[in-house]
Write a protein that binds this ligand. Structure first.
Ligand code: PMP
Length: 410
């Protein structure tokens, strides 16, 4: 029998560990660029005003806190389907798939929970366990897939020495794979690089996916953060729907989260959707999802999904309010991105890649040594891969930050 004291100490989470170190730092100029959660120009977390209003409505009218279904409730599922797959009544292919009962949607415990549920599901029912993930990718992808029994393997994505996508190698590394793997695609605002494929590049990758019979698993944690408009950020989904409608692709899956775009981080509100080949397949898949989820957490939390429902059900005021609040959040991120760029010294270092990146992060290209110097000498906290969560930047600290970076790259 193993003694408890024989259990080795696990290393701290790379991203959450940064926040712990930041909290302990007494320097008043300290900056936290670790965790990907939005902060306003005063460095404070926010609740979207539309979300607060939805909560007030719920507080006044809720009379019970009963369990929801194992896969959440139908209203939430339908909202997600229409919002994402039908682009709110603008994607005829998506509309047909919904109509034909070819999309199974389940509410999940945010994006991470949805990744874990689909990974467990694929491990149970999909014969090929290899899942191709971009290099680099969000560190938790690899952990979730491994823990669920899948075998993650990297495909080329980004060339750090050029601070740019490595599209030729990306295609080559996919082409060299055997048929039938699962492939993880970031819908937009690739984490950590902020670099997405163009529509033309997606088409080339989708050709390879078709010829290699890969199963596409899309992760969409930052819908809205590329353009400011969540309806514009789903180009990849529209294209996938088109391929399915033309019978060029049989099926794909989508993990989605309202953590970032509705600021519902701790409410753990997201979904998994599986596009299937028939209504019969959908019925079986839904029943198996229920069978899988029930012994893990039984059913998802209800507060966040009710907020989503309340906002989407009020098309004339809360929905447009939320969309404009989200647009303002993204526009602040774009402003700090350009302010950081303006303040950086470009004599010896090219920072143009910062302006091409989208979303919550800049992928600076700084080395681990430089990031550690930023932490030790300037109390600037970021992960050692050089990813900065830019919502930690504001008018008051952007010059201090740029100056610190200028000193460590000198
Ligand atoms: N996917 C990616 C790429 C992410 O960056 C995140 C959040 N950092 C998630 C999924 C999951 O987020 P959550 O579980 O908070 O919805």
């Amino acid at each position: 029998l193993q003694k408890w004291s024989d259990i080795p100490l696990a290393p701290p989470d790379k991203i959450l560990g940064i926040s712990e170190a930041y909290v302990k730092d007494t320097n008043t100029k300290k900056i936290n660029l670790g965790v990907g959660a939005y902060r306003d120009n005063d460095g404070k977390p926010i609740i979207f005003p539309s979300v607060k209003k939805a909560e007030e409505i719920l507080l006044a009218k809720e009379v019970e806190k009963e369990y929801t279904g194992i896969t959440g409730n139908k209203n939430f599922q339908n909202i997600v389907k229409n919002f994402i797959f039908n682009n709110s009544n603008k994607d005829a292919n998506g509309a047909k798939l919904i109509e034909a009962n070819r999309i199974v949607t389940s509410q999940t415990i945010s994006g991470t929970g949805s990744l874990r549920v689909i990974a467990d599901f694929l491990n149970r029912f999909y014969t090929n366990k290899k899942i191709l993930v971009p290099k680099p990718t969000w560190a938790n992808h690899v952990a979730v897939f491994k823990d669920a029994g899948l075998a993650p393997e990297f495909y080329a994505y980004y060339e750090t020495s050029k601070n740019d996508l490595d599209f030729d190698n990306l295609k080559q590394s996919l082409q060299s794979q055997d048929e039938g793997s699962i492939i993880l695609l970031h819908a937009c605002c690739h984490n950590p690089t902020g670099m997405d494929l163009t529509a033309q590049q997606w088409d080339e990758v989708l050709e390879i996916i078709k010829s290699k019979k890969f199963f596409p698993l899309v992760d969409m944690a930052y819908q809205g953060f590329a353009s400011g408009d969540p309806f514009k950020d789903i180009g990849l989904i529209r294209r996938l729907n088109e391929l399915v409608a033309n019978d060029e692709l049989k099926s794909y899956a989508l993990c989605q989260s309202f953590a970032k775009n509705m600021g519902l981080y701790g409410e753990r509100t997201g979904s998994i959707s599986i596009v299937t080949e028939s209504s019969d397949a959908s019925k079986a898949i839904e029943s198996q999802l229920k069978k899988l989820i029930r012994p893990i957490y039984s059913s998802p939390p209800i507060h966040g999904s009710k907020i989503v429902e309340t906002i989407f059900n009020d098309e004339n005021s809360l929905l447009p309010e939320w969309l404009s609040e989200l647009d303002a959040v993204v526009s602040r991120l774009n402003t700090v991105r350009s302010k950081l760029y303006e303040n950086l010294d470009k004599t010896n270092y090219n920072w143009d890649h910062l302006l091409k990146q989208r979303g919550m992060f800049v992928y600076t290209g700084l080395s681990a040594e430089q990031v550690i110097r930023l932490r030790n000498e300037f109390s600037v906290y970021a992960t050692e891969d050089g990813r900065f969560s830019i919502s930690g930047i504001n008018d008051k600290n952007v010059e201090y930050l740029a100056d610190a970076i200028n000193q460590v790259v000198k």
